[in-house]
Design a protein around this ligand. Structure first.
Ligand SMILES: [Zn+2]
Length: 281
């Protein structure tokens, strides 16, 4: 009794103050990257919106600016891995073995993965904001020009949709077909997608979070947890696509009947195919 006392056999954790100082330097570095990331996005959004307003609401001009900002911020995120491999890891290895450093390595990986996903939100947010302005502006412009083909009275178009619509004239009862010009329709189509995406960004973030959680599991050892997480992901992803298409078809009401098949198509492409690949069912 007491010979194999667990307390005595426990290997004491290495907690040299030198090593702890290195850890806290690594933590500081990561939190600085995070601060710089948010600052860059804040300034980036301001610059893009300014560009958008100065170019007379031209989304294409602004998207060049967005590409530049995204690339720059992407480089900032890539720095995390480079810094760890080239500077942090070599100094850690003076105190510990590589296998003991998994948690430190993961700190960088998980920050990078979260920031990458937030960088995608940046796209959604700025395109969404521009698309909303573009949409309102275009609708206003159209509104002024629409006259009844029969009696030339002004007719009011539905301001919620930018699409072919049939409007009965209040004066002579003629049914007018109103079709926005083709290039407006094309741009509007894109704007509608951007607006719908922006409106359901919270639901999209929830999907991204569960995907990250699934990636963090050990594929061989944690199959049960992965199956559970996939169940949650299915629910979240269905919620996301349903809300996305609800917003989308609000702006394209004549195609609303396609809502369910659109959702099913996306679920197959983004969820069921992926589950099959990971879980074989
Ligand atoms: Zn009329």
């Amino acid at each position: 009794m007491g010979l194999f006392n667990t307390k005595r056999n426990e290997i004491p954790k290495q907690k040299s103050p030198e090593f702890l100082a290195l850890v806290s330097r690594w933590d500081n570095y990561l939190s600085k990257i995070e601060t710089r990331f948010y600052k860059a996005l804040e300034q980036g959004e301001k610059a893009v919106m300014e560009n958008f307003h100065n170019s007379n609401l031209d989304i294409d001009t602004a998207s060049t600016a967005i590409t530049g900002i995204v690339k720059q911020v992407d480089n900032l995120i890539e720095n995390i891995d480079d810094t760890y491999r080239n500077k942090v890891l070599p100094s850690f290895l003076e105190y510990k073995e590589q296998w003991q450093l998994k948690a430190e390595y993961r700190k960088g990986i998980s920050l990078a993965s979260r920031l990458h996903s937030e960088l995608k939100d940046f796209d959604t947010i700025v395109y969404g904001k521009m698309a909303e302005e573009f949409f309102i502006h275009t609708i206003k412009k159209l509104d002024k020009d629409v006259k009844c083909t029969q009696c030339n009275a002004s007719i009011t178009i539905n301001k919620e949709i930018l699409h072919a619509q049939y409007i009965t004239c209040n004066y002579c009862n003629t049914v007018n077909t109103f079709v926005p010009s083709d290039d407006i329709s094309m741009e509007s189509r894109r704007a509608i997608v951007s607006i719908a995406k922006y409106k359901v960004i919270k639901e999209h973030q929830a999907v991204e979070r569960i995907k990250r959680k699934i990636r963090s599991f050990n594929k061989r050892k944690e199959r049960e947890s992965i199956i559970k997480a996939f169940e949650e992901r299915e629910r979240l992803e269905l919620d996301y696509w349903t809300k996305f298409y609800t917003e989308y078809y609000k702006m394209l009401p004549e195609f609303e009947k396609d809502l369910e098949s659109s959702v099913q198509q996306k679920m197959k492409h983004y969820f069921y195919d992926d589950r099959m690949k990971s879980l074989k069912f």
